[in-house]
Write a protein that binds this ligand. Structure first.
Ligand SMILES: [Zn+2]
Length: 172
């Protein structure tokens, strides 16, 4: 999706220039080296950038060796996917400012890079703050950095994003 198309999309979704300017996140380009990352927790096909995929496989294997199953819930998401997600919520009657509290403006989600992954232990609800109490989260807190994965949105982060203990991003 090029810039002109994205601007038209913003207009369609009711995303104003003011909202874009207020966004503290950097613009995230989509990668050209996406690879098949198998199926997620819900059986949906996932893709990741090649380096992130290699590191994720290594990290998952190491966790498994320590007796922990860690599942991917979401990997790469295109800018277009993010637009459609917001579109659907608008159609369901949600207001744009409410939606943008939980969904990044299209173009500004770390998931566009193919390096961000949402993780789940298989216990409880995915994408829930309670994940911070799971052994999988303790393991990640201790070990993820060895595989170049870092928690993007810790408690009280300066990006103004809600605390996301499930969201980890691979840094080259
Ligand atoms: Zn995420």
């Amino acid at each position: 999706m090029n810039n002109g198309n994205l601007k038209a999309k913003f207009q369609e979704l009711g995303i104003t220039n003011k909202m874009v300017e207020a966004c503290k996140l950097p613009f995230q380009a989509e990668p050209e080296d996406l690879v098949d990352a198998g199926f997620d927790f819900f059986g949906r096909k996932q893709k990741l950038a090649v380096n992130a995929h290699e590191a994720w496989i290594e990290m998952r294997t190491n966790a498994k060796n320590d007796g922990l199953n860690i599942h991917i819930v979401s990997g790469f998401r295109s800018i277009e996917y993010q637009c459609n997600l917001i579109s659907r919520k608008l159609a369901e009657g949600q207001r744009i400012h409410q939606i943008l509290l939980v969904n990044a403006i299209p173009g500004f989600s770390e998931h566009h890079t193919g390096r961000a992954i949402d993780l789940h232990s298989g216990e409880g609800t995915p994408l829930d703050e309670a994940f911070e109490n799971e052994p999988a989260f303790f393991w990640l807190s201790k070990n993820a950095a060895k595989f170049n994965f870092f928690l993007s949105y810790p408690k009280d982060n300066s990006d103004g994003i809600i605390y996301e203990p499930w969201h980890w991003c691979y840094q080259d």
